[in-house]
Write a protein that binds this ligand. Structure first.
Ligand code: PLP
Length: 405
């Protein structure tokens, strides 16, 4: 690990210390495999935190990017560009939404959504309809507005004063929301599956109750699908499994297969409040990002891709439950497509990071979602054999970790 350590030492000297990278330096990747500077191969079940939905370096996206690289990279939003028009056409045709806005990250997509709902309420109902309700344990990004919308206090600590009029409810508790919501509420923002919070899915009953309460109080409903969207949960978007249509949808992570892009989708009526000059982005919707996202959406929306997500999801779920039965390490295992969370049982509380570390030594990349949940978010194209191999390595990592305790 000499090379790795040398590079990490340089990293630590020049980077702001807000990350704590593992002792692993990937330099190339293909499909579910990553290779590091030492030439060692790793099976990647993290997908770059639900980003590389088509695996590493998907050839179709690479081809689209390479072709665009020889044409034009950036023109600014003073000019339209054909790739962004084609992307928005594809996106709206695949969903029930009519209008798209593009940004460069999930946080920025959420930021746009939060500004949109405030402005919509302001223009239609006046400045007093300004409360936004989100849920405890939710994650919506790292800009000041999106981090304030997030239900994890630690991420907001020390950054005040924060944007006001943000209220936090209990996820999957419709009675709690009923108590909190009023005509002062301009929007509710929720994740159909809380990703960072521990892979916690909303029940369809809760999502439907949220929709009804929003309608009753003329509040808009934002679904933040930055993590749950773009095929991750086995349908193109999570809302399609809940029987609920939100007013505003955010997507990012897997949308560009690793090329940065975020999107906010909404109806024509709501979109009208963003008139020229009201909101914008220098890079948002640039031709390179647009071709990457279009190529990605074309593959992810294929029935065979989504069918694979559901098959591999069942395979992972069965395999993880078997490991749970054999070792007692996991309590509940929650799978929504290929967003999978295994809750650590009481003797292993707060030890999620330890399992990740052991796995790394075995050439396996896995994630945590909080201190008590092991999270997997692999490529949506992962094969049956690769899944079997992954489960074998997870089993070994679990047994090795138990032994080390
Ligand atoms: C990751 C994530 C974000 C933030 O996306 P960035 O690209 O890191 O800004 C927002 N919402 C959800 C649900 C996420 O999982």
């Amino acid at each position: 690990m000499e090379k790795t350590d040398a590079i990490l030492a340089r990293y630590k000297k020049v980077m702001v210390p807000n990350y704590a990278p593992a002792r692993f330096m990937p330099i190339k990747g293909q499909g579910v495999w990553l290779e590091d500077v030492e030439g060692k191969k790793y099976l990647d079940l993290t997908g770059g935190i639900a980003v590389t939905g088509l695996g590493h370096c998907p050839p179709e996206v690479a081809a689209a990017l390479k072709a665009q690289l020889d044409k034009v990279w950036h023109v600014s939003n003073y000019y339209a560009n054909l790739p962004v028009v084609e992307l928005a056409e594809l996106f709206t045709s695949l969903t029930g939404f009519e209008r798209a806005f593009f940004a460069n990250s999930g946080s920025e997509a959420v930021e746009a959504a939060l500004k949109l709902v405030r402005r919509y309420a302001h223009d239609h109902f006046g400045p007093d309809k300004n409360e936004i309700i989100s849920f405890h344990k939710s994650f919506h990004g790292r800009t000041l507005f999106s981090v304030t919308a997030g239900g994890q206090e630690a991420y907001r600590t020390g950054f005040g004063p924060l944007p006001p009029k943000m209220i936090y409810g209990i996820y999957n508790d419709a009675d709690d929301l009923k108590r909190l919501i009023s005509d002062q509420c301009c929007a509710v923002i929720m994740e159909p599956v809380q990703g960072e919070g521990g892979v916690l899915p909303a029940t369809p009953e809760f999502a439907q109750a949220v929709r009804a309460l929003c309608d009753q109080h003329q509040a808009l409903l934002i679904f933040d699908e930055v993590q749950s969207g773009v095929g991750r949960t086995g349908s193109l978007f999570g809302y399609q499994q809940l029987g609920v249509m939100p007013d505003v949808l955010t997507a990012a992570k897997a949308l560009g297969s690793g090329f940065p892009i975020g999107a906010m989708l909404t109806s024509t009526k709501i979109a009208q409040v963003f008139q020229p000059g009201v909101h914008g982005s220098t890079f948002g919707g640039n031709p390179l990002a647009a071709v990457a996202a279009k190529a990605t959406l074309e593959i992810i929306s294929k029935p065979q891709t989504l069918a694979n997500v559901n098959k591999r999801s069942a395979q992972f779920l069965a395999g993880l439950q078997k490991i749970a039965a054999e070792t007692g390490v996991f309590g509940e295992v929650r799978a929504r497509g290929l967003l999978i969370g295994s809750e650590l049982s009481p003797p292993y509380q707060d030890k999620a990071k330890l399992f990740v570390q052991t796995a790394l030594g075995l050439g396996l990349l896995i994630l945590v979602a909080g201190p008590n949940v092991i999270r997997l978010a692999p490529s949506l194209l992962i094969s049956e054999e690769e899944t079997t191999q992954g489960l074998k390595l997870i089993g070994q990592a679990v047994r090795d970790t138990i032994k080390s305790l």
